[in-house]
Design a protein around this ligand. Structure first.
Ligand code: ADP
Length: 482
């Protein structure tokens, strides 16, 4: 790829090896699209526990590079072995070191649990020595790699080198906030960068804030979220910082991996189908009913949810509506894991209404495919949603989303009752009645076959490929290196 702009993706998650949520999906699919668009993109990521086993299980060839990468941190040299593989033409470098033997996302952030993320960023800055390839741009994602732009701007050693970075905000709710002592000394950052105009935040270190201030460009994963995060209502105290930096902020909508998420080819569903031949979806539906312990002959629409169970996803609205859901003439199947109180609430609801509510607790990739394929309606009542991938995946499988009009949900789903029709059902007010209003409309419409097919057809024909967005990222990289 001679002459192409060289970009190193610095990410702590990558599908299918270490995915936790949408960031993993993006890191697994956007680089492929960028390479097809002519960007020389490579990925560096930690080899968290079990990750290299998944690489081996996928049958990928790996090479251990002769040279380790070393970073100076806390008056020590922190070394990592570099293991290279390639997925669909994208080189991926896994860093294996003691630093990455713990929890991928520590429950408590402090100097010790935050250190691996700073070390990872510095090792990413040193990677060029081991691979004989120097990026023009470091593309970082969320607080977990936000230390890298900070190091390029304020680290005693790296700030001499010059270097450009893009900071992509996948979810501003997670910021990497912890006590400054002894981090500021151990990290090698200039002491003066612990100030309100840089990375200090109400007496704490805020890595995401530092990354936003220090990066050359900032992007977020949908245009609506780009404007929402500049408001106090959405982002509280950090909104002022984002507002100040808005000159370098743009919203670029995420895509999905349409090769992986494809009902015509998906090996994880019992029967494949397409818009032209939908009979396979009925078989998937039957299998989902069977697996959920419901009557397989029922004509009731199936409402599905695949989600992390956290406040962001609006599951408290679902729990508040539990007395009404069994009266709506639908079956409900939930798959998710997260906060105990949400897991417990769904477990109790399923126990109280075993004939119409099923809760699968946990993270289960194959089962998620069955829910996307076998469901009729996909419920996503998010309080906020930077982009959201699940609604796009569900539309691709002809499962119609019911979503709140917020962030990327607003940019991807159009209400079926709007002039000209649409591909989903939406509501604005973040309360149980708003959600029930949209959900009841969807259930009622689903019972009316012809009208429903039109909505399904529009949803399945939406273009969720990365092509357009990859072009927008490429244009950004070109502007930055011009
Ligand atoms: P977020 O990144 O906020 O979790 P997104 O909608 O952007 O939400 O992406 C969620 C991704 O994680 C989707 O691919 C979804 O299918 C997957 N996912 C979430 N929870 C589960 C689960 N319990 N089991 C399997 N996949 C899940």
């Amino acid at each position: 790829m001679t002459g192409a702009v060289k970009v190193l993706f610095v990410t702590t998650e990558i599908a299918p090896f270490s995915k936790v949520g949408g960031l993993g999906d993006v890191a697994g699919s956007l680089p492929k699209a960028l390479r097809q668009a002519g960007v020389d993109v490579r990925v560096v990521t930690p080899a968290w526990p079990g990750v290299l086993d998944k690489v081996a299980a996928a049958g990928l060839k790996t090479t251990i590079l002769p040279q380790h990468v070393c970073a100076a941190y806390n008056w020590e040299i922190r070394e990592a072995a570099v293991i290279r593989t390639e997925v669909d033409g994208v080189p991926i470098y896994f860093l294996r070191a003691e630093d990455y033997n713990g929890d991928m996302y520590p429950p408590q952030l402090n100097f010790w649990s935050a250190s691996p993320f700073a070390v990872f960023c510095m090792q990413a800055l040193e990677l060029h020595r081991a691979i004989d390839w120097t990026p023009d741009i470091y593309h970082c994602h969320d607080w977990t790699s936000a230390f890298l732009p900070c190091a390029l701007a304020w680290h005693r050693h790296y700030r001499q080198k010059g270097g450009r970075s893009v900071m992509t905000l996948h979810n501003v709710a997670y910021q990497g906030v912890f006590e400054p002592d002894p981090f500021m000394l151990a990290s090698g950052l200039e002491p003066w960068c612990f100030s309100p105009s840089t990375m200090e935040f109400y007496g704490q270190v805020n890595l995401l804030k530092g990354g936003i201030v220090a990066a050359t460009a900032v992007t977020t994963v949908s245009p609506t979220y780009a404007s929402e995060i500049q408001t106090y209502e959405s982002t509280r105290e950090l909104s002022g910082v984002i507002y100040q930096q808005r000159h370098k902020l743009r919203g670029i909508l995420n895509g999905i991996d349409t090769v992986y998420w494809n009902p015509e080819r998906d090996p994880m569903i019992p029967e494949r189908y397409s818009l032209k031949k939908m009979s396979g979806k009925d078989l998937c539906r039957e299998e989902l009913l069977r697996k959920s312990g419901f009557d397989v002959k029922t004509q009731d629409p199936i409402v599905v949810c695949v989600s992390r169970l956290v406040e962001q996803k609006g599951f408290h609205l679902v729990l508040e509506a539990m007395d009404v859901l069994p009266t709506l003439g639908a079956k409900f199947v939930f798959l998710g894991s997260g906060h105990d109180w949400l897991e417990d609430g769904l477990t109790q609801a399923a126990a109280a209404h075993p004939d119409c509510i099923k809760f699968f607790k946990g993270y289960d990739e194959p089962l998620s495919h069955l829910l996307y394929a076998g469901g009729n309606i996909f419920l996503m009542p998010s309080v906020f949603e930077p982009c959201g991938l699940s609604q796009m995946i569900s539309m691709r499988y002809g499962t119609i989303p019911v979503v709140r009009e917020v962030g990327g949900l607003r940019d991807t789903v159009t209400d079926a009752d709007s002039p000209g029709g649409g591909d989903g059902f939406t509501f604005l007010t973040c309360d149980r009645d708003g959600m029930l209003w949209a959900l009841s409309r969807a259930i009622e419409r689903c019972r009316n076959g012809a009208a429903w097919q039109q909505i399904v057809s529009r949803a399945m024909q939406q273009d969720f490929t990365w092509n357009r967005s990859a072009g927008l990222y490429k244009a950004l990289y070109q502007e930055m290196t011009a």
